[in-house]
Design a protein around this ligand. Structure first.
Ligand SMILES: *[C@@H]1O[C@H](CO)[C@@H](O)[C@H](O)[C@H]1NC(C)=O
Ligand SMILES: *[C@@H]1O[C@H](CO)[C@@H](O)[C@H](O)[C@H]1NC(C)=O
Ligand SMILES: *[C@@H]1O[C@H](CO)[C@@H](O)[C@H](O)[C@H]1NC(C)=O
Ligand SMILES: *[C@@H]1O[C@H](CO)[C@@H](O)[C@H](O)[C@H]1NC(C)=O
Ligand SMILES: *[C@@H]1O[C@H](CO)[C@@H](O)[C@H](O)[C@H]1NC(C)=O
Length: 453
């Protein structure tokens, strides 16, 4: 059996929220095998810089994470991946966890200042758990309690979350009756599920109110994610409609769902294209490297770090309770690098490949009123107006003829003068080596300061 992998989250305690709002980012610990304390420190600083948190493990790595988190004033929350062995030949039942091992892990760091607590308990989350059922979770809680470290459990029972996309009330009631041991809940579905429609908050509202009405005392956790595309052969090959998701989902979470905790999916899940961490080096060896295998074909060169500018803005809004003052001009843009109908020489066309719009998406936050000009090949100088009150968005379609490739161009214009300009770093082309639906993300304007690996 594979070494038991799980995930952890870090939460920054640095900027404690005025009204107790907390933001985690999900960290895949299995992607930290090349980490020493230096890489943990870089990730924690980069997360803390924008107001978050979040990461995952192998047993020996997590000790370093706690050491660095303690020094940096960060928090860590265990999130056990209870689906990880599902479908693997060497673990036919998929049931790989046992409570004594889990309690050992929890106990080891339960008294650390970096252990995230909820009502005085260690907060523990999961991905999945349906295979194990309520009795297992109940025995985990009682075993932890016997070991002297009582836990509050907020599992991500994703089968309920998926089903809740079409039937929120029934699924919310069902998880309450099926899982009396769930103190809180993490709704993992941060993407519309196999439909060409924007995600609604119906499932979040139903789960949150069901847990509250049932008198459960754990946190309700809402997930926010920028994208979903993966091409992992037998492990799945899909896309979910995410064109403007990162912007509207933050607003929905802050203004409509108002959860106890917001969790960003994810810090570093590169194969599912929802990473916001800096790219790993393409060398596959050395500090902060990753062996991405086939996923490298759609990850290397496709930077997402500018999405952290958007996260920083909304996290600040969430923590302070009001729209932040804007002092810098910033334009964040993202685009897929091939039209959706392009037939590439490698990779596989994912399910739902007709959902995304062939366009460059532009998100602008200005310190004062400006026109944001975008050129995408023959679509020249498309303008929209932005200001300091809130971010504004626009999309500029790909031109029909991409020629040998088109680099989008962006400008911030005031009274006819271009104050700031920048170009996309990757060309949009119709000839292609891989069916890549992972968008490149870039920034025009003041970059977040770099924490180097
Ligand atoms: C519990 O899981 C750990 C880690 O996989 C394993 O080493 C141990 O043998 C298991 N214990 C029992 C009783 O199954
Ligand atoms: C959860 O959903 C998956 C996919 O629909 C299904 O294969 C699995 O049997 C479900 N698990 C449980 C425990 O209901
Ligand atoms: C999703 O919302 C955006 C605005 O945020 C809108 O432009 C777009 O048309 C919506 N998509 C669908 C499929 O309704
Ligand atoms: C933006 O463009 C409009 C239309 O051309 C113009 O009236 C307005 O003055 C421009 N705003 C700025 C800040 O340049
Ligand atoms: C963007 O590319 C155009 C065309 O190559 C070039 O003229 C312009 O200087 C570039 N702009 C920036 C800000 O690099």
């Amino acid at each position: 059996m594979h070494s038991l992998a799980s995930v952890i989250l870090l939460v920054s305690a640095g900027a404690r929220a005025v009204h107790g709002a907390t933001v985690f980012a999900h960290f895949m610990v299995q992607n930290s095998y090349s980490y020493s304390q230096t890489e943990w420190e870089t990730d924690i600083k980069s997360a803390k810089q924008i107001g978050i948190d979040g990461f995952g493990w192998q047993a020996d790595r997590i000790d370093d994470a706690f050491t660095v988190a303690e020094a940096q004033g960060f928090k860590i929350m265990y999130s056990f991946d209870m689906n990880y062995a599902s479908g693997q030949d060497d673990c036919p039942t998929g049931v790989a966890w046992n409570t004594s091992y889990m309690v050992d892990r929890i106990s080891k760091h339960a008294t650390s200042d970096a252990a995230f607590k909820w009502n005085g308990d260690v907060l523990v989350s999961t991905f999945g758990g349906e295979l194990y059922g309520n009795d297992f979770l109940a025995s985990l809680k009682s075993a932890a309690s016997s070991a002297g470290h009582s836990i509050t459990l907020a599992p991500a029972l994703d089968n309920y979350s998926m089903a809740a996309q079409s039937d929120p009330q029934t699924q919310a009631a069902k998880v309450i009756s099926d899982y009396p041991s769930a103190d809180g809940f993490l709704n993992w579905q941060a993407w519309p599920l196999n439909e060409h429609a924007n995600l609604t908050t119906d499932a979040d509202i139903a789960f949150k109110s069901a847990f509250s009405s049932a008198g459960r005392t754990g946190p309700y956790i809402t997930a926010v994610s920028p994208w979903q595309f993966k091409d992992l052969n037998e492990w799945g090959n899909w896309l979910q409609y995410s064109d403007t998701l990162f912007d509207y989902r933050w607003k929905d979470a802050i203004n409509t769902v108002k959860p106890d905790i917001i969790e960003i999916l994810t810090w570093n899940d590169f194969p599912e294209s929802h990473y916001i961490r800096d790219l790993p080096p393409a060398s596959e060896t050395g500090p902060a490297s990753l062996q991405l295998g086939d996923a490298g074909s759609y990850v290397y060169g496709i930077d997402h770090s500018a999405w952290r500018v958007i996260a920083q803005y909304y996290i600040s809004w969430w923590k302070t309770g009001s729209a932040p003052e804007v002092t810098e001009d910033r334009v964040v843009y993202w685009y897929r690098i091939h039209p959706k109908d392009a037939i590439c020489s490698g990779g596989t066309v994912p399910s739902n490949s007709d959902f995304p719009t062939d366009a460059v998406f532009v998100w602008a936050l200005m310190s004062s009123e400006a026109n944001i000009s975008t050129t995408v090949g023959s679509n020249v100088n498309w303008e929209f107006n932005a200001d300091e009150s809130s971010p504004k968005m626009n999309m500029i379609p790909f031109p029909t003829d991409l020629g040998d490739g088109v680099y989008p161009m962006f400008g911030v214009v005031r009274d006819g003068i271009t104050d700031m300009a920048g170009n996309g770093t990757v060309a949009i082309t119709s000839s292609c080596a891989y069916q890549n639906f992972n968008p490149v993300v870039g920034l025009v304007g003041a970059a977040l300061s770099q924490n180097k690996y």
